[in-house]
Design a protein. Structure first.
Length: 323
């Protein structure tokens, strides 16, 4: 019987998957467009304070609904929502990508150092890191970042890049304990396999066993775990946005006329959190960034699903060929 074969090159297989191409194109296009918008327009967002007809008569004032003054409408200050989404894409997608990658890489390094420790010590490490899995990450991150991201009455004393860097580091560190234990536990399961026990008996050292036996058995899970981490970081940013803690800082008005807290970076969760009072009057201000969040999550899910399909069909073909 002729079995269906898959390309030995993973990239060729993925490029034939429409879901994978859609996901990659969406993410790359948004980030590239966002960077170009910053370079060409210095990050400025189009604003229309009042909308007049040709005779100079006032027609409308912000917030403008979609398909009127701007394609996706405007916020309460008359800023183009579509351009705000483009400007904020490099933060929402870019920072999420960086955090997810560094979470995984640092956890891989840490797990490779502790997976072979004694059961007693490994149990102690699990109990030590258990609070990080019980207490929601959002609460821990909120209390750490509030004093840095919430603008004091005399304004921010640190530049934007320092606040953004500090938040990025916290978003990375908060997940490393649990992720390290999870990865180390996967390695310990593989380490108990008979072929590894036999390899140890023949005198193989720890480095040889790790790279020649353990890594080939778990690297597929590592790749799929990246998509999970990407989604978790997106959720964490969204939760912080609803709690009025926006990426890079929350601008707070302390004047006679108090406005709602707003984002200083146009990161999508900040646009959502700063527009919650308009949920029942100008829903598009929240719906537009929520849709971009959803499209981003779907894109990552499509990429992850395509990679998972490759591994599944690769395993299926290997088993059929053995038979």
């Amino acid at each position: 019987m002729i079995t269906e074969r898959i390309p030995s090159n993973m990239i060729l297989f993925l490029l034939k998957r429409k879901r994978f191409v859609f996901g990659v194109l969406f993410l790359v296009t948004m980030v590239t467009w966002s960077i170009l918008n910053t370079v060409l327009h210095d990050g400025e967002i189009r604003q229309v304070l009042f909308f007049y007809d040709d005779k100079g008569n006032l027609i409308d004032a912000p917030p403008y609904p979609p398909f009127t003054v701007f394609l996706l409408g405007s916020d309460k200050f008359g800023y183009d929502l579509g351009q705000m989404m483009i400007e904020g894409a490099k933060y929402t997608i870019g920072i999420t990508l960086i955090v997810a990658i560094l979470r995984l890489l640092l956890s891989l390094v840490a797990s490779s150092l502790i997976y072979s420790v004694s059961p007693k010590l490994f149990g102690f490490l699990k109990s030590l890191f258990e609070p990080f899995s019980v207490v929601p990450q959002t609460i821990i991150v909120y209390f750490i970042l509030f004093s840095v991201l919430w603008m004091p009455i005399d304004g921010f004393q640190t530049p934007f890049w320092k606040r953004a860097l500090f938040e990025t580091v916290i978003l990375i560190i908060i997940a490393i304990p649990n992720l390290t234990i999870h990865l180390a536990n996967e390695m310990r399961i593989v380490e108990k396999e008979d072929f590894i026990v036999a390899s140890k008996t023949l005198g193989a050292n720890k480095r040889f066993i790790y790279f020649k036996h353990i890594v080939p058995h778990v690297y597929e899970k590592w790749i799929l775990l990246f998509g999970q981490q990407f989604t978790q970081v997106l959720q964490l940013l969204a939760h912080l946005g609803f709690m009025k803690l926006f990426f890079g800082g929350t601008f707070v008005s302390y004047g006679m006329i108090v406005d709602d807290p707003r984002s200083v970076s146009y990161e999508w969760s900040g646009v959502i959190g700063g527009s919650l009072p308009y949920l029942y009057s100008s829903q598009w201000i929240i719906v537009v960034p929520v849709l971009f969040f959803i499209f981003t999550a779907i894109s990552v899910a499509c990429i992850n699903d395509s990679i998972k399909s490759y591994f599944q069909r690769k395993e299926y073909t290997f088993k059929r060929e053995k038979v």
